[in-house]
Design a binder for this molecule. Structure first.
Ligand code: HEC
Length: 122
């Protein structure tokens, strides 16, 4: 029983470190979502970060600064180019040139979440 409890405690500790730590846990180096006024990170931004790491960072880089495979999106770049979020949603859903279409791969909620992560955190 004690061993089992220790195991659970250890797993919780590892999970906590993964949530808080910047490196490790296979998450690349996409910036963490900071905690809000209630002391916890916004779950939409956390979900958006997961989508970004999974689907976007390979071409747009972990911090959104761009690579030879995709342009920079971070530091307000996306909002400058796409003041109307609907236009950014369209590029992501339908793709353009070498930018793949994600409409069939991501839900509308996931697309909104990744856009918010790019605009608010990167
Ligand atoms: C295979 C590489 C690749 C992946 C993966 C990728 N993109 Fe792109 N993305 C591109 C390229 C290339 C462009 C430039 C398209 C063009 O020139 O019209 C682009 C353009 C964009 C643009 C428009 C930027 C601008 O300045 O006009 C947005 C927004 C964008 N991507 C978001 C995303 C998001 C969000 C994801 C993940 C869900 C993603 N991309 C995944 C390659 C990629």
């Amino acid at each position: 029983m004690a061993v089992r409890e220790a195991g659970i405690a250890l797993r919780s500790a590892v999970l906590a470190i993964c949530l808080v730590g910047a490196a490790g846990c296979g998450s690349g180096s996409s910036p963490e979502v900071g905690v809000g006024p209630d002391g916890t990170p916004d779950p939409v931004l956390v979900a958006g970060r997961a989508v970004f790491i999974d689907r976007c960072s390979s071409c747009h880089d972990a911090d959104g600064s761009g690579t030879s495979d995709g342009p920079r999106l971070n530091r307000g770049r996306l909002l400058e180019g796409y003041p109307d979020p609907g236009d950014a949603v369209a590029v992501i859903s339908e793709g353009r040139d070498r930018m793949p279409a994600f409409g069939g791969l991501l839900t509308a909620v996931e697309v909104d979440a990744v856009l918010r992560y790019i605009n608010d955190v990167l």
